[in-house]
Design a protein around this ligand. Structure first.
Ligand code: ADP
Ligand code: MG
Length: 252
């Protein structure tokens, strides 16, 4: 029996929370994303690894709706996202330079994520308290952003990203600016938090240890393409090619 692989792919995509199909992005002749196929199931945590310039951020940006595709499709819940603006995608995005608003207190920063989505005032206050509790900063709503440590600021940024209950949370080097011991602690906390919330996560990191501690599956990228996808242990034990093996051999 012959099978229409295009159709099969589309059907698989319909079962996934996120599916990229043949996704391509070109910048002035340079291919930043090259026919990328990737599916992320609900509740899954997927970490994207790869050298600088390999297309990791571009991958997140096309899913978030911040970057148009030159070819291919992005599906969320099986629906093609072409023409769907970023704020309608139900996707949260947290960058490394998370840029809290210094003139707002902690609560004001977290509430920003809610205000954008038009929640009522009383509901907002309750939700902010809940979110701060969730990220381990209970009662911190009135604190000035400038009085927080780097790790605490990172937690506030995370609370802000989680505020509108995104069905998919995307993190771009979320812990990149923190020192290693704090990162290691936060990764363990994040893993528990995401499991508790059932959050689906697509996270970019350049830190293998972080990816292997956090992810159900890892994606290794090279020059805009996916070099390998798999469970962390499988990728670690059976790298697909010399590039992946070499990449994993470096300890960042
Ligand atoms: P990574 O996050 O893995 O470091 P990026 O996705 O940021 O990689 O970039 C992938 C490639 O696309 C790089 O070569 C980068 O220089 C290029 N690129 C990314 N964004 C733009 C842009 N807005 N204009 C031109 N080139 C870009
Ligand atoms: Mg990047």
């Amino acid at each position: 029996m012959t099978v229409d692989t295009g159709k099969r792919r589309a059907e698989r995509g319909a079962d996934s929370l996120l599916a990229l199909q043949g996704a391509e992005v070109r910048f002035k002749g340079h291919t930043a994303l090259d026919t990328v196929d990737l599916e992320v199931a609900e509740h899954e945590i997927v970490c994207v690894l790869g050298p600088s310039g390999s297309g990791k951020s571009t991958l997140l940006r096309v899913v978030a709706g911040l970057q148009d595709l030159d070819a291919g499709r992005v599906l969320l819940d099986g629906r093609d996202q072409r023409g769907v603006p970023a704020h309608r995608r139900g996707v949260g995005l947290m960058f490394q330079d998370h840029q809290l608003f210094p003139q707002r207190d902690v609560g004001g920063n977290v509430a920003f994520g809610l205000r954008m989505h038009g929640a009522a005032k009383a509901e907002q206050a309750a939700r902010v308290a809940e979110l701060l509790e969730l990220v381990g900063l209970p009662g911190a709503g009135r604190r000035a952003v400038g009085s927080l440590s780097g790790g605490e600021q990172q937690r506030v940024a995370l609370a802000r990203a989680l505020a509108p209950r995104p069905r998919l949370l995307m993190l771009d080097e979320p812990l990149g600016q923190l020192d290693r011991s704090l990162r290691e602690r936060l990764v363990v906390e994040l893993r528990e938090l995401f499991a508790e919330l059932g959050t689906t996560v697509l996270a970019v990191t350049h830190d293998q240890g972080e990816a292997f501690a956090l992810a159900d599956r890892v994606v290794v990228m090279r020059d805009g393409r996916i070099a390998q996808v798999g469970a962390p242990l499988d990728v670690w034990q059976r790298p697909a090619d010399a590039f992946v093996a070499r990449f994993l051999g470096f300890d960042n």
